[in-house]
Design a protein around this ligand. Structure first.
Ligand code: ADP
Ligand code: MG
Length: 134
């Protein structure tokens, strides 16, 4: 195991439902929150952040969703943080996420799934740098 950094985004659906504080509590229990800010993503920021998905059919709707309201962005640090945070989030489809996960408890469906999490050590570093100075 190694000390890793992963990027979390509390998405517009969760912020609008006023559960960002409850999600933050779960994150704080398991990780060191090294940076955090609330912002409203521009279309340019959302398009750049999700550029890896730009050929996917869900991409235009994802950009609309991610720019529909404010988000909370957090850099989380901890041992094995990438995998442990993916487990805490749950499956992409909130309706199929395991009991007790953030997506099961606060998400709605495949798109409105409450939180983002990095999927690899490299992307954890890249995505954290996208939002935060070193
Ligand atoms: P994850 O967020 O679990 O890493 P992906 O990286 O595959 O999932 O997708 C990024 C985001 O795009 C998802 O969290 C979700 O909001 C949205 N998304 C993914 N697949 C779909 C889909 N089939 N329909 C609608 N939205 C989707
Ligand atoms: Mg992903």
């Amino acid at each position: 195991m190694a000390l890793e950094t992963t990027l979390s985004i509390i998405k517009p659906d969760a912020v609008a439902k006023k559960v960002s504080g409850r999600i933050l509590s779960r994150l704080e229990e398991q990780f060191n929150v090294v940076a955090m800010k609330k912002l409203h993503l521009t279309r340019e920021q959302a398009q750049a952040f999700y550029a890896v998905h730009k050929e996917r059919p869900f991409y235009p709707a994802l950009i609309d969703f991610m720019t529909s309201g404010p988000v909370v962005v957090l850099a989380l640090e901890g041992e094995d943080a990438i995998k442990r945070y993916r487990e805490l989030m749950g499956a992409t489809d909130s309706t199929k996420a395991a009991a007790g996960t953030i997506r099961k408890d606060f998400g709605t469906d495949m798109q409105k799934n409450a939180v983002h999490g990095s999927d690899s050590v490299e992307n954890g570093i890249r995505e954290t740098r996208f939002f935060f100075a070193p």
